[in-house]
Write a protein that binds this ligand. Structure first.
Ligand code: ADP
Ligand code: MG
Length: 235
């Protein structure tokens, strides 16, 4: 069993805590936040969603299912802009989902797109990176929920963005599997997600004058810097 409870998580989202894998600096482990149980999450949803079984509120289970599905439908191209998923391990904080940890060329953990835009604005470099993510989303028709700025990380080489990587929020929320939908409907959905991503970017840009980083998500809790060779960190 892997021991995480004594380690500081490097980030947290609305549902999960993220730890650097104790035995592999290029992987992370996501566990449920102990302060926000599945039962709490179900209660928060209200009627009729709260009638669903508890397991349907488990992001880790859902992510593993979605990633296996996308791996077989999209194939290797998926990982140009999506982190690899390696399945479950047992930890002292419950089942942990292991994923590829996205690091920059200096070994530090990649920050979110939200943090990048907050710090630097929508630079030309960032515009190009967002546009190649969107082209990829269109070409591969990758189903996702809304592309949130704290669910995308910026992998950097020096001060340039190497690529954007989506680390959460994949899959289709509807009951009908995305790939069963007619092509025109799939394309329309993808375009809606892309338009929504640009809206979020513009809304964040309009908040940049404020003193405080907006919202609760999108900042790292710490950023360790182990010595990892460039080729390994960006492969
Ligand atoms: N594979 C990853 N590589 C780098 N950072 C990550 C990775 N996965 C998650 N993170 C960081 O952890 C935060 C929370 O992770 P996330 O999977 O979005 O949790 P939640 O399901 O609770 O929203 C992200 O906003 C990001 O900063
Ligand atoms: Mg998230």
């Amino acid at each position: 069993m892997l021991l995480l409870a004594q380690i500081a998580p490097f980030a947290q989202g609305g549902n999960r805590l993220c730890f650097v894998h104790p035995n592999d600096p290029l992987r992370c482990i996501k566990v449920r936040r102990p302060d926000f149980s599945l039962a709490d999450r179900r209660r928060k949803k209200g009627f009729p969603k709260n009638l669903r079984p508890l397991s349907s509120f488990d992001d880790n289970l859902e992510e593993l299912r979605v990633m296996a599905d996308l791996d077989s439908s999209v194939g290797e191209h998926l990982y140009q802009h999506v982190s690899h998923c390696y399945g479950f391990v047992t930890t002292d904080m419950g089942p942990g989902l292991v994923s590829e940890l996205i690091r920059n060329d200096d070994g530090s953990i990649a920050e979110t797109l939200k943090k990048y835009i907050w710090d630097h604005g929508f630079t030309e470099d960032c515009q190009l990176a967002v546009s190649s993510l969107c082209d990829h989303w269109r070409a591969q028709r990758i189903p996702s929920r809304d592309l949130l700025l704290h669910n995308i990380v910026t992998q950097m080489a020096g001060s340039s963005i190497v690529r954007l990587v989506v680390i959460d929020g994949l899959g289709s929320p509807s009951l009908v599997p995305f790939r069963w939908l007619p092509l025109a409907m799939r394309s329309k959905r993808i375009e809606r997600k892309i338009a929504n991503l640009y809206q979020r970017i513009h809304s964040l840009l309009s908040q940049r004058g404020q003193e405080k980083f907006p919202g609760y998500h999108g900042l790292l809790l710490h950023n360790d810097r182990p010595e990892i060779p460039f080729a390994e960190a960006v492969k």
